[in-house]
Design a protein around this ligand. Sequence first.
Ligand SMILES: [Zn+2]
Ligand SMILES: [Zn+2]
Length: 265
Amino acid sequence: MYMDYHHHTNNSIDSKAVMQDVCEQAISKGIKEICFTEHFSVNPSAPTYGHMDFAKYQQDITDSQHSYGNQLTIKMGIELCEPHLMMDVYQTELSSIPFDFIMGSVHNIGNQKLRLHLRANEDTFYDDYFAEMYKLVSDADIDVLAHIDLMKRYAVQEGHNVYTFEKHRDQIAAILEKAIQRGIGIEINTSGLRSSLSEALPTPQIVSLYNDLGGKILTLGSDSHKAETVGAGIKEAAQIARQCGFTHICQFDKREPRAIPLPLS
Ligand SMILES: [Zn+2]
Ligand SMILES: [Zn+2]
């Protein structure tokens, strides 16, 4: 089950990692399956806009599968910025590419990066963020919601507190109920464990609530942007999943989830 379903390479604007190096590190760490999830946006005002070369990305995947396929299962995914906006453009750009896995993220609110939105809206930024996430989960054509409570990372960096789960419980429950209704999963993203935040995204209370509400589609991802950190925190994420009541996590093949059991210890 040891797999990493959220990883970036130099096909993303904010990573210099070479895919083959990531694969070699993954194999050396005993990872069995990796899904690359490069950033992509069709919005010219998003920082990620204009970087992706899909021909290169697909060639990297094919080359890596050729070199390492007997030791590592390699999947092609994508992480979309605000895929509930400009949906027709996303559809045009993506429909011919055979992705295994599509994640949706709120990285910007109203064409503002989260950090800038936070600075301009100090009293409402958590509400605004979860409201945007609700719009995303209601409309977007995706498989999994990436890092559901990402705003807390910027909040902490800017001297604010992590949000209180109980205060936002209704908003979060609405997001999770909509996800379940639409067959959309969530991930446990371990990048927060490697930052001053020192906790996964989302908080275990959200993972537990998703399970309580009947959610079944859960992936585990490092959100690593470097070969050295591939798979970082995945064992901790598996532990969180178990503690939150999950017995299975999911892998994806051509956007179809398949449940595989978590190990018992
Ligand atoms: Zn992201
Ligand atoms: Zn990411």
